[in-house]
Design a protein around this ligand. Sequence first.
Ligand SMILES: NC(=O)c1ccc[n+]([C@@H]2O[C@H](COP(=O)([O-])OP(=O)(O)OC[C@H]3O[C@@H](n4cnc5c(N)ncnc54)[C@H](OP(=O)(O)O)[C@@H]3O)[C@@H](O)[C@H]2O)c1
Length: 322
Amino acid sequence: MRAVLCRKWGMPDDLEVADVARPPVGAAEVLIAVKAAGVNYPDALMVQGKYQLKPPFPFTPGAEIAGEVLMAGEKVAHLKPGDRVVAFCGVGGFAEEVLVAAALVMPIPADMSYPLAAAFTLAYGTSWHALADRAGLKAGETLLVLGAAGGVGLAAVEIGKALGATVIAAASSAEKLAVCREHGADHLIDYEHEDLRESLKKLGLSPDVVFDPVGGRFAEPAFRAIAWRGRYLVVGFAAGDIPALPWNLYLLKGASLVGVFWGEFVKREGAANLTGIRQLLGWLREGKLRPLISHTYTLEQVPQALNDLLARRATGKLVVVP
Ligand SMILES: NC(=O)c1ccc[n+]([C@@H]2O[C@H](COP(=O)([O-])OP(=O)(O)OC[C@H]3O[C@@H](n4cnc5c(N)ncnc54)[C@H](OP(=O)(O)O)[C@@H]3O)[C@@H](O)[C@H]2O)c1
């Protein structure tokens, strides 16, 4: 079977596609034919050796897939060949087949397409965990989303609206903000061309919750604008720099800095994650969530997909169809 291989830390262009042997299926594992794989920023960090998870070489990047079960180990009770599933595999997804621990594999609804399933779980799962679970975002509160046209960002815009919040979307261009508006944002801020804090003042809004997958220079002005008892969600550092804020800011606002790590949440609190996935699937059926897949790629085009993320060219989700 064909798979994208990372043989050394480097840039996406150093990846190659090669024929690799099909691995033996362990007792608690499932072999899945990959029909679609979601592309996520951590994939681009991992091939550079900049992600917390550093697999041994050679490895295949790709953290989430949707596909059809080919084989299930003898201890796997809830899955059988032919089942349509989604899996949070961590690595191995940009390939024709992937071996995954059965505990990380879930059946998908019959009417859910493979690309949608592959684009949905990680981004919407992360943003639900952040907003509903970690921040306890309530109806009537104000949510500021940074990087709002990106994968987790656009999911946060939609989930914020589904939870009844007023949503301010911040992104780097008019085109990206138009996408945020289409997906429900109430207010728009172009933080590349406007002063973030001044624009929030002009809106007359102090965010109760800030969703930040970007970090860098936007974190401090966003935190300084936060409301009393605000919750600042640390989701990621797409801008590269990890912010360091003076502690007196937390004191003055009675505010909390809240870490978000969906992958660990899935492993440690599987039942709570399933509660979130069920709520998300309900909102999807009701039309409250409309995931955007802006581009699909082949296995050979995986470097281009990762480069598009790194160069801020992507909106919504990118998907690989092997
Ligand atoms: N904590 C968790 O559990 C978890 C789960 C998933 C993802 N993440 C993290 O969340 C972040 C976003 O992931 P994603 O998959 O949604 O990525 P994405 O689709 O590429 O979105 C990232 C957004 O960050 C903004 N950005 C600002 N400066 C950037 C730069 N120098 N390079 C790239 N993007 C930049 C871009 O928006 P503008 O151009 O509008 O600024 C972009 O839309 C990543 O740091 C990822 O590691 C965390």
